[in-house]
Design a protein around this ligand. Structure first.
Ligand SMILES: [Zn+2]
Length: 433
């Protein structure tokens, strides 16, 4: 159906822009006053240079400035950055007076958001920090999985204005948020749908400075999952909840690797159908690049950290709720994690390799009960995070509506699944009490 084919929509709402931007941009535009138009060559000549390997700012200035001038410039520069810690590739823009090759100012790009501007006057060199203006907008996108999630998001033509790296970050963000509900590498199916509202800070060149998923819906094999950002104290320490206000966090991550580090090189016939693979093999294999970071899927204590026959380098973790997880074929262990170490969920414990009996770089992951009985990690669903505190219920209710509205405002995306029944359920409960 035509409408089905128009599944992917995106547009950008520019909002809140000026507030953040203007307040942090120093007034760097010189006031030229009112002048009559005259014709003249540009008074300035601009040269762009970048620092070479092992080259310091001082080294680069040799031959451009006298020793005294150079020392004065470096003193001014040190007010905002260390001239010795400039990485290779740091961009410098030299502004010369056109005729006499007299360096009048120098811009040093110290990071993606800040430039140190050095200007020369009668008294010597003066420095100021110029912040690149940013604006804030909200990306709204929806789509349907035609092949794999990564292609669906990265090739979403309506995300054309979003730089490639930032589209990758979007997927990481979705993976982070849904990591307890859906294993993106094993559970996503053709026909699954997603939509999300993503707030970001954007630089003038279109690159993203920072971003946060505000709300998202993923319908996986017909089951809807939601994640709504809620930060009652507005201190960035918030968390994600489902439509009922339950934390999306679980005692176990569904997978011990970040989605993007899991390679698609593995032959699909090896992984599907999942249940058969599971039974035959009593573990899950994640093909990944050598050295990819492996995370503990839950809090626990390291009970094995050594070679283990055909498993090669292996870590085993005992968890308080009676489960044991095993991570095999590691290239190396993380040195900070030793036998007997306490580890937290998502803590890095080692790195992907192919030690022991392995034909390629991959992680073999197992989950067992204490008696050794194997379990499918996807089948374990133990809540971990606390729900929205009762003191914050009113605020939560208001923000939930706002964030769900964002998702519902995407044309063709329809109402958020589950919210309608949730509201009527709430009314019924209210009436009964
Ligand atoms: Zn295996």
């Amino acid at each position: 159906m035509a409408r089905e084919r128009l599944i992917t929509k995106l547009w950008t709402t520019v909002a809140l822009c000026a507030v953040l931007t203007m307040s942090c941009v120093p007034d760097t535009t010189p006031d030229a006053g009112s002048l009559d138009a005259v014709y003249a060559n540009p008074s300035e000549q601009v040269e762009l240079l970048s620092l070479g390997q092992d080259q310091t700012l001082g080294l680069l200035l040799d031959g451009i400035l006298s020793a005294n001038d150079q020392a004065a410039l470096l003193v001014a520069f040190r007010e905002y950055a260390s001239p010795r810690r400039m990485p290779a590739g740091t961009e410098l823009v030299f502004h010369y007076l056109r005729d006499d090759q007299w360096l009048r100012s120098l811009d040093v790009v110290v990071n993606a958001d800040e430039t140190v501007r050095l200007t020369r006057n009668d008294l010597g060199w003066h420095s100021e920090l110029v912040r690149i203006p940013i604006y804030v907008d909200t990306l709204l996108a929806s789509g349907k999985i035609e092949t794999v999630l990564w292609s669906a998001v990265v090739n979403n033509e309506y995300l054309g204005d979003v730089p490639f790296e930032d589209r990758n970050s979007l997927i990481d963000e979705l993976d982070q948020v849904f990591q307890w509900q859906v294993d993106f590498s094993r559970q996503i199916r053709v026909g699954d749908t997603y939509r999300f509202a993503f707030e970001r800070e954007v630089r003038p060149d279109g690159s993203m400075r920072s971003g946060r998923l505000l709300s998202a819906e993923l319908v996986n094999s017909g089951t809807p999952y939601h994640a709504i950002w809620f930060d009652p104290n507005k201190d960035g320490e918030g968390s994600y909840f489902d439509l009922e206000g339950n934390s999306v966090r679980r005692a176990f991550l569904l997978k011990p690797l970040a989605y993007r580090r899991i390679s698609s090189r593995y032959s699909p016939s090896r992984l599907h159908p999942i249940l058969r693979t599971w039974r035959a093999h009593r573990g899950v294999d994640y093909a990944a690049d050598a050295g990819a970071e492996i995370m503990a899927t839950s809090d626990g204590v390291v009970t094995h950290r050594a070679w283990k026959g055909s498993f090669g380098n292996t870590v085993e973790i005992q968890h308080p709720n009676g489960f044991v997880t095993r991570y095999a074929h590691l290239s190396s262990f993380r040195s900070e994690v030793q036998l007997g170490s306490r580890v937290r969920q998502s803590e890095i414990i080692g790195y992907v390799g192919m030690t022991g009996q392995a034909t390629g770089n991959h992680l073999h992951y197992e989950m067992m009960k204490r008696n050794g009985e194997h379990m499918d990690p996807l089948a374990v669903d133990l809540p971990a995070g606390d729900p929205v505190p009762s003191d914050d219920q009113v605020q939560w209710g208001e923000e939930l509506i706002t964030r769900v509205d964002l998702l519902e405002s995407i044309p063709g995306a329809g109402p958020v699944i589950g919210l309608g029944s949730l509201q009527s359920q709430g009314d019924e409960q209210g009436g009964a009490q």
